[in-house]
Design a protein around this ligand. Sequence first.
Ligand SMILES: [Cu+2]
Length: 166
Amino acid sequence: MIKELLVSKTRGLNLRNGLKIGAFVLVWMMGLNPSLLMGGVGLEAGWTRGVAVGSDRIAVYGIVTNDTERPVEIVDFAMPGAAHVMLHESVLENGRMRMRHIDGFVVPPQGRTQLEPLGLHLMVMGLDQAPDVGDRLSILAEDAGGNIHELVFTVQSLDSLEFEDN
Ligand SMILES: [Cu+2]
């Protein structure tokens, strides 16, 4: 029963490392506070523009921080209420901006990785519902060691160009 529930809840998530992050998302959605959640890695000044009319996706920006003494390789992402979360890079190709899928990235010890418009960003796809301006949302990031980290971001207005601190 729990297994079927898990499969139905996690179907559509972008799962590279089996069901671990899926199981985590399920526990998290049930309102429990899973002990798997690791400190030391987070998102500073996290923001998104929200969902444009006719779209079901958002791009998420901010600074991924690693306050630990080890490099942290982020390998997978998930978000409750969304089908997929992927890491994208914007690249200029023949005069046009395109988005390219990236497998993962390493945040150096005591380091920072910038996610920004026209650069590296997280793409959340297949949102069940459009978030409202001012909402605080979370993406879950799994590292190569199987630890889960919470990346919190704020929904800003559609015309915002950068993180608005308030
Ligand atoms: Cu993208």
